[in-house]
Design a protein around this ligand. Structure first.
Ligand SMILES: Cc1ncc(COP(=O)(O)O)c(C=O)c1O
Ligand SMILES: N[C@@H](CCCC[NH3+])C(=O)O
Length: 416
């Protein structure tokens, strides 16, 4: 049974109610749907069925072991950006041979760990990193599979903090230098050139920027072939957006098939995708309870038990996420700012929401399955909340709520 639709992540399953989950496990809590995660993953793989491909789910979106395990069981690969994420993939039963390693600041220790596990590819983000990978691999008598992440200088038309493919962004190697860097890489010891990679940003709502970047990168693939460097894969990154409000991002199947059309002249080039948000965002909600209602002159506040430390996106990006009552009831509707307990004016989950509320009501913040828990913190010494997975008629606690004692575990006072 599906609990969340791709566009409207309907909350109310017949057999498992959000109310019951909140009663049983307390609030705030994140609730994810296994069926939805699986459906979103399959939207990519089914659309790509006629071309060699690998979906490498971007672990940063939601790195809970159960989420990774659900995807690993379907054969998913993983896009990681740290040793910690790689360790999670392994602990969740993912295959290192399906892991691509992105990120601008890979340390020698991280490179060594990833090499020892035999990952699919390092997505190299700078010339200095290429030298470091070559050095580490040679020292260890290993060969590192690499792909150059090129920065195609394409405007992804998204929030400036999550745009990554412009020349002023820190990511990737300028596309104008790509040929030179590949020719150098081909001479380096311990390096095995496997592919090419780009990732132009997150929450893109149009296919055009992806296609523009892809065209630029395919031109490089063709030129490299002339130099005798034949690439095995092309990694188009992640970035496909979801509907938080009225956005109308392309369905994964439309996006995937349009990219694959462009690959007609390259039938042997494996296509790698790194979706995070498109798989996880609308597979999850954050459930929170109204602690107090309060009015300051004309302003109405609903003070809830989840704050910016639990869900940072509204504060950080002024991101809009739908907030709905779990059990709607009759009464007066007011324009509420939904604010949290954290001592910051920027601590809000939503502003000016027309809602009919009473103290104790449960609210669901939708589209919270991606960049929700993973961006949470202990700010204000608030324990991290529980994560729950709905799997058919069964509800699993996939991460228990932190205790107060967990908050300072590992800390010490100074010796006497
Ligand atoms: C290199 C890389 N790949 C994949 C992703 C996943 O992006 P999204 O969640 O937008 O699909 C990101 C984050 O933007 C990223 O930096
Ligand atoms: N954290 C961002 C997405 C960043 C993508 C990371 N490359 C968000 O919540 O929208």
């Amino acid at each position: 049974m599906d609990y969340f639709n791709y566009r409207e992540n309907t909350l109310f399953a017949e057999s498992v109610s959000v109310n019951d989950i909140a009663q049983q496990f307390g609030t705030p809590c994140y609730v994810y749907s296994r069926a939805t995660l699986e459906r979103h993953y399959k939207a990519f793989t089914e659309a790509a069925a006629n071309h060699q491909h690998l979906v490498c789910y971007a672990v940063k979106a939601n790195s809970n072991l159960a989420v990774l395990n659900v995807l690993a069981r379907l054969g998913s690969g993983f896009d990681i950006v740290s040793q910690g994420e790689l360790a999670r993939v392994v602990a969740a039963g993912g295959e290192p041979s399906k892991v691509v390693f992105s990120g601008v600041a890979k340390t020698a220790a991280e490179i060594s760990y990833a090499l020892s596990l035999g990952i699919k590819c390092f997505n190299v983000e700078s010339e200095a990193e290429l030298e470091r990978i070559s050095h580490v691999a040679s020292q260890e008598g290993l060969v590192a599979p690499i792909s150059i992440r090129v920065n195609p200088d394409i405007d992804a038309k998204t929030h400036p903090y999550i745009s990554t493919g412009l020349k002023e962004n820190k990511f990737g190697i300028a596309i104008s230098r790509a040929l030179e860097v590949y020719r150098h890489a081909a001479q380096l010891p311990g390096i095995d050139i496997q592919g090419i990679d780009f990732h132009i940003g997150s929450q893109l709502t149009e296919v055009e920027p992806f296609l523009a970047a892809l065209d630029k990168v395919l031109a490089i693939v063709a030129q490299l072939a002339e130099y005798g460097i034949t690439l095995k894969h092309l990694d188009v990154g992640g970035g496909l957006g979801v509907a938080y409000l009225a956005e109308e991002p392309p369905h994964p199947s439309t996006y995937v098939s349009q990219l694959i059309e462009r690959l007609a002249p390259f039938p042997d080039l494996e296509l790698v995708f790194e979706p995070g948000r498109a798989i996880a965002a609308n597979a999850g909600i954050l459930v929170t309870q109204v602690e107090y209602l309060k009015q300051n002159q004309d302003k109405h506040f609903a003070i809830v038990d989840a704050g910016m430390n639990d869900l940072l996106r509204p504060s950080l990006y002024q991101a809009w996420q739908n907030i709905i009552p779990v059990s709607p009831h009759e009464g007066d509707t007011q324009q509420y700012d939904i604010v949290g307990p954290v001592c910051e004016t920027g601590d809000f989950l939503g502003k000016d929401r027309a809602l009919c509320l009473t103290q104790g009501d449960l609210l669901a913040v939708r589209s919270a399955g991606a960049y929700g828990f993973t961006m949470s913190s202990n700010y204000n010494s608030r324990p991290r909340v529980a994560e729950i997975m709905v799997d058919g008629d069964t509800v699993h606690v996939i991460r228990k709520r932190e205790t107060i004692a967990d908050l300072y575990q590992g800390e010490n006072t100074l010796p006497a």
